[in-house]
Ligand binder design. Structure first.
Ligand SMILES: Cc1cc2nc3c(=O)[nH]c(=O)nc-3n(C[C@H](O)[C@H](O)[C@H](O)COP(=O)(O)OP(=O)(O)OC[C@H]3O[C@@H](n4cnc5c(N)ncnc54)[C@H](O)[C@@H]3O)c2cc1C
Length: 495
C-alpha cells in the first residue's frame, strides 16, 4: 500500500511562537522543520550562563499559567510534567523617589492593605476593580483575544452588543483604571504596563486594564531554573513530537513562486521546499528582509526598544524582592518623552529583576543574578545615539536611582556584566527597528487590525508570535500558535 506523503511545513525561528506551533502541526500530521538562526532556541526568551550565574535574556516572569495548561492539554500532555512553577509572591514592588512603594500580591487582603496606605477608599476600589475586571478578562479571552477575525465589527460582535461597553474599549487605559482608585500612584502603577504594549496609558484602550488584573488574579510565576525552564519544556515537547530542529541556520529568503511561498533559501544557498511556511520572525522584518521588500505592508507603530543589563553580583541583595519597578516622578512627562519626543526619558523608568531571590540555583551561594530593563525609543526614531556615552549615562542614572531608594547595590558589586543594546536586540533576533515587543497595541493595531496570522500578501505564508494576533508576551505567543493553526487548518489559500 502506498503511504500518503505528509505535507511539509517550514518554521522560520525557534522563539516561543515557533516552538509552540510546531508540536500542534506535528499532531495534525504535518512534517515539521524549524530553522533557527541563533545557536540556542527561545528567541527573546533566551539564556546566558556564565561562572555559575544564569540570566534570562528577556521575560523574567510567567503570567497566565492557564494558557500553558490548556496548550499542553490540547496535545494530551500535562504542563507540570514539563515545567515546574515557583510562585513569585510578593510579586512586583513599585517604587517612587519619595520612598513610597506599592507591593503587589495575589492575596486580596494584603493588596487591600497596600493600596490603603495611600487612600482608605482605594481599599474598596481594589475590590471593585477585581469584580469588574474579572468580567472583562473573561469576555476578552473568550470572545476577542483568542478569536481570528478579519472584520472589526464581527470581531467585536463576538462579545455580544450589551457586553461591548463593559470592555473599556472606548476609554483609555489610564481613565479605565482611574475609575476604581483615588490615589494617582496606584493608577500610575497599574497603568505603567502600557510601556511594554507600546504607547502611553492615555492612548491605549482601557481594555488593557485586564493586564494588571490578570497578574493579580492568576499570580506571577517563574519556572524552576528561570524562564528558560519554559523553553526547555517546549523543546522537550518538540522532540517528543518528532519536530526537526536546526539551530545556527539562518534563512536568507522565503522562496516564492507566483506569489506563493514554496520554501526557503538558507545562508549557504541551499534551497528547501515545503508546502507551507510559517514565519516566527517579526512580520515587518519578514516582509522587509525575507521577502526583499517586494510587498507593500502596513507601517505599524512599534513598541519601544530596550537596553538590558545582566549583572553578576557579589552578594545577596536583601533590600530588593524578585521584581522592582522604578517609576518616575512625572509619569505623563516620561511617557511623552519616550513615545512623542522619542528620547530616553530624563527621569529614567526601568525595572530590576533578581530571579536568584526566588530560585537560588540561578547564582552561586551568597551571590545574585540581576537583570535590568530600560525602555528607549526604536532605533530609527531615537533622538539619542545608542553609543558608549548614552550607555554610561543610563548606567549612572540607574545607580543614582538605586541609591535614592536605599538599595544596597553599587557598581563595584558587579563581578561581570553583559549588556544588550537596541541594536544588539535588533540584530540578534531580526526585531524590526530594534523594537523589543513588536508592533504596538493601540486600537488600530489589535484584533483584525493587527498583522493577520495568515499573510494577506503571500499565499501559504503564515505568521506566529508577538507581531501577529493576539500580541506580545509569552502567553500571547502560545495563544497565537493555536490561532495560526486554526487558519492553516481552515485550508484556504486566499483570505
Ligand atoms: C527584554 C524583554 C523582556 C520581556 N519580558 C517579558 C515578560 O516578563 N513576560 C512576558 O510574557 N513577555 C516578555 N517579553 C516579551 C516576550 O519575550 C516576547 O513577546 C516573546 O518571547 C516573543 O516570541 P516570538 O515567538 O514572537 O519571537 P522571537 O522570540 O523573536 O523568536 C523569533 C525567532 O526567530 C529567529 N530568527 C529571526 N530571523 C531569522 C532568520 N532569518 N532565520 C532563522 N531564524 C530567524 C530569532 O533568532 C528568534 O529566535 C519580553 C521581551 C523582551 C525583549
Amino acid at each position: 500500500m502506498r503511504m500518503k506523503k505528509k505535507s511539509k511545513v517550514i518554521i522560520i525561528g525557534g522563539g516561543i511562537g515557533g516552538l509552540s506551533i510546531a508540536p500542534l502541526l506535528s499532531q495534525k500530521d504535518y512534517d515539521v522543520e524549524i530553522f533557527e538562526s541563533e545557536n540556542t532556541l527561545g528567541g527573546r526568551a533566551n539564556i546566558i550562563k556564565q561562572d555559575g550565574f544564569t540570566f534570562d535574556t528577556g521575560p523574567s516572569l510567567l503570567n497566565y499559567p492557564w494558557v500553558y495548561e490548556d496548550y499542553f492539554s490540547k496535545l494530551g500532555k500535562n504542563f507540570y510534567d514539563y515545567v515546574q512553577l515557583v510562585k513569585v509572591d510578593p510579586a512586583v514592588n513599585f517604587l517612587w523617589k519619595d520612598k513610597t512603594n506599592l507591593q503587589l500580591s495575589t492575596d486580596l487582603n494584603t493588596l487591600s492593605n497596600e493600596v490603603s496606605k495611600f487612600s482608605e477608599n482605594d481599599r474598596y476600589g481594589i475590590i471593585e476593580f477585581f469584580k469588574n475586571s474579572q468580567k472583562k478578562y473573561d469576555l476578552a479571552f473568550k470572545h476577542l483575544v483568542t478569536k481570528n477575525s478579519s472584520n472589526i465589527f464581527s470581531w467585536l460582535k463576538n462579545t455580544g452588543l450589551k457586553n461591548l461597553f463593559k470592555l473599556g474599549l472606548l476609554n483609555n487605559m489610564y481613565s479605565e483604571i482611574g475609575k476604581y482608585f483615588e490615589e494617582e500612584k496606584v493608577i500610575e502603577a497599574f497603568s505603567s504596563y502600557s510601556m511594554y504594549l507600546g504607547d502611553s496609558p492615555y492612548k491605549l484602550p482601557g481594555f488593557f486594564s485586564i493586564l494588571p488584573f490578570g497578574e493579580l488574579q492568576y499570580g506571577l510565576w517563574m519556572p524552576k531554573g528561570g524562564m528558560y525552564g519554559l523553553v526547555e519544556g517546549l523543546i522537550k515537547l518538540n522532540k517528543e513530537s518528532n519536530v526537526k530542529i536546526n539551530t545556527d541556520t539562518k534563512i536568507k529568503k522565503i522562496i516564492t513562486e507566483k506569489n506563493r511561498a514554496v520554501g526557503v533559501l538558507l545562508e549557504n544557498n541551499k534551497e528547501i521546499f515545503s508546502d507551507l511556511v510559517v514565519s516566527n520572525v517579526d512580520s515587518r522584518s519578514t516582509y522587509k528582509y525575507l521577502l526583499g521588500d517586494k510587498v507593500k505592508t502596513k507601517k505599524y507603530k512599534m513598541t519601544p526598544a530596550v537596553y538590558t543589563f545582566y549583572w553578576a553580583i557579589n552578594k545577596e541583595i536583601d533590600s530588593m524582592t524578585h521584581h522592582t519597578i522604578f517609576l518616575p516622578e512625572n509619569f505623563k512627562k516620561t511617557f511623552n518623552e519616550l513615545f512623542k519626543e522619542n528620547k530616553i526619558p530624563e527621569d529614567l523608568p526601568f525595572y530590576i529583576s533578581v530571579p536568584s531571590q526566588t530560585d537560588k540555583s540561578l547564582a552561586p551561594k551568597g551571590k545574585s543574578s540581576v537583570f535590568v530593563l530600560v525602555p528607549c525609543p526604536v532605533i530609527s526614531k531615537s533622538t539619542n545615539k545608542y553609543d558608549e556615552k548614552t550607555l554610561d549615562k543610563i548606567k549612572d542614572k540607574i545607580f543614582e536611582r538605586i541609591q535614592i531608594q536605599n538599595i544596597n547595590l553599587t557598581k563595584s558589586d558587579i563581578i561581570f556584566e553583559k549588556i544588550w543594546s537596541p541594536d544588539d536586540w535588533g540584530r540578534k533576533f531580526n526585531l524590526y527597528d530594534g523594537s523589543a515587543f513588536g508592533p504596538s497595541h493601540n486600537f488600530f493595531q489589535i484584533g483584525p487590525f493587527r498583522e493577520s496570522n495568515k499573510s494577506q500578501k503571500i499565499e501559504n505564508l503564515f505568521f506566529v508570535g508577538a507581531s501577529t494576533t493576539p500580541g506580545t508576551g509569552v502567553p500571547m505567543c502560545v495563544l497565537s500558535s493555536q490561532m495560526t493553526l486554526e487558519k492553516i487548518l481552515s485550508g484556504k489559500t486566499h483570505v
